[in-house]
Design a protein around this ligand. Structure first.
Ligand code: EPU
Length: 420
């Protein structure tokens, strides 16, 4: 297994480039299997384990893939299997998008219930409600979801909770339904818009993505297209927070600054400087910022996916900060690891009360999930002495070349192997 070994204390400077968005890519790849003609040429695909995993899964369904550096060509014309039940399917959350994609194209699918980061209960009741409203019969047995329909018929669906996964999944199926589907109380995340744009490039007719109401005008078939995935808002936010914590000045390139506004606003409130310029943001920080309160919310609110990296920054900021995690009830598993490094944090339910400390000290810690891993890397970068972050397979699921990117900015960080 691999670990990251970090000698903390360096400030960061220079430029880095952000890769394509994980949470867009892991939905766009399943969406590509809906093309019954032509090939999908998809660019700006991040080189991360979650993407490799989805690629293997769709190959298992009969798609032909030609992989390039940060790109993939997918020929899904000869899919011969609508059952997804491999170890890879169980490993990742986004495999649930196969249900919507296969239901849309073949009107049936059997997919094992997805896994993913252990950050909360993660139900899929809203996905199921949407598929049933479109006319599908849904059955859950022996850990598998089976969906089946003679035909899908457009209808009005009001989601009880704002869910990225349910919005995208039901949108996928509705694309090839008869008539118009109106989805209300939908998620507005940039990756929801990106998936809608991708489907429209394939011949779908989807309007309103990025607002509270999406209208899907069903079409008979989808075909291949060329598409470039949007930049990863969460990867960018993680590096912004790292620069704010370490101090220094870094330009983060290949971003859409609008997608980063809630993060930029908090960093400015804490005393960092942020400059936006076209497709880059520059973060300048003294490394000693003041604490703030955070409440995670669906987009355009502060994203839950940078809450954990942010908690590391708040740990080393002045005064008291309070985090309210409103999306995932178990997204504070990293707190015990931060405490090993000297952090002063008290967790009460969905709230973390953080009293800033002067210094963190290096320790051997674990990445308990993907974003927790990023939080521990940032902790190592600002701590006195050596930090070893174990279980970095979680980090490799979502951050391409994390050690190379930080090294290029002046951090003392290296990957090493270890055995348990
Ligand atoms: N929810 C339900 N019922 C459902 C679906 C969701 O009650 O049927 C609840 C969840 O329990 C949660 C809230 O709704 O409290 C939001 O969940 P959502 O469905 O939006 O989450 P998701 O689609 O499973 C995606 C990202 C997560 C990110 C969340 C929120 C992917 C593959 N995952 O998950 O990303 O935290 O949206 O923005 O897109 C990560 O990248 O680290 C990550 C965990």
């Amino acid at each position: 297994m691999d670990k990251l070994v970090i000698n903390g204390g360096n400030s960061l400077s220079g430029r880095i480039e952000i890769n394509g968005a994980k949470n867009a890519a892991v939905a766009i790849l399943p969406a590509a299997i809906m093309a019954s003609k032509g090939t999908c040429n998809i660019d700006n695909i991040p080189d991360i384990e979650d993407v490799h995993c989805i690629e293997r899964i769709i190959e298992g369904l009969g798609c032909k893939l030609v992989r390039g550096k940060n790109s993939v060509v997918i020929d899904s014309t000869a899919i011969n299997n609508v059952n997804a039940n491999t170890e890879d399917v169980r490993r990742m959350r986004a495999s649930y998008y196969l249900i919507g994609a296969l239901l849309g194209r073949f009107k049936r699918a059997t997919v094992e219930l997805p896994g993913g980061c252990p950050i909360g209960v993660r139900p899929i009741d809203q996905h199921i409600k949407g598929f049933e409203a479109l006319g599908a019969k849904v059955e859950i047995k022996h850990g598998c979801v089976t969906v089946e329909a003679d035909k899908l018929i457009g209808t009005n669906i009001f989601f009880d909770v704002v869910s990225v996964g349910a919005t995208i999944n039901v949108m996928l199926a509705a694309t090839l339904a008869e008539g118009v589907t109106t989805l209300e109380n939908v998620a507005k995340e940039p990756h929801v818009v990106d998936v809608a744009n991708f489907l429209n490039s394939m011949g779908a007719n989807i309007k309103g993505a990025g607002t509270d109401v999406i209208r899907v005008f069903g079409v008979e078939e989808l075909k291949g297209c060329s598409y470039s995935v949007i930049p990863d808002q969460i990867e960018a936010g993680t590096y912004m927070i790292a620069v704010a914590a370490c101090g220094g000045e870094v330009t983060i390139e290949n971003v859409i600054p609008k997608h980063l506004e809630s993060i930029s606003a908090k960093l400015i409130e804490m005393g960092a400087e942020i400059r936006e310029d076209g497709d880059s943001v520059t973060v300048k920080s003294s490394g000693k910022l003041k604490g703030v309160n955070i409440k995670t919310q669906p987009y355009p609110g502060f994203p839950t996916d940078v809450q954990q990296p942010m908690s590391t920054l708040l740990t080393a900021s002045e005064g008291r900060s309070i985090i309210n995690e409103s999306i995932w009830e178990s997204r504070f598993k990293h707190v015990d690891e931060l405490k090993k490094m000297g952090a002063n944090i008290k967790v009460e339910g969905r709230t973390a009360i953080i009293d800033g400390v002067n210094k963190l000290t290096g320790a051997v810690v674990k990445a308990t999930d993907l974003r927790a891993g990023a939080a521990m890397v940032i902790a190592g970068l600002i701590a006195d002495g050596i930090t070893e972050v174990l279980n970095i397979e979680h980090i490799d699921r979502g951050y391409p070349n994390i050690e190379d990117k930080f090294k290029a900015l002046g951090a003392d960080i290296k990957r090493a192997s270890y055995s348990e």
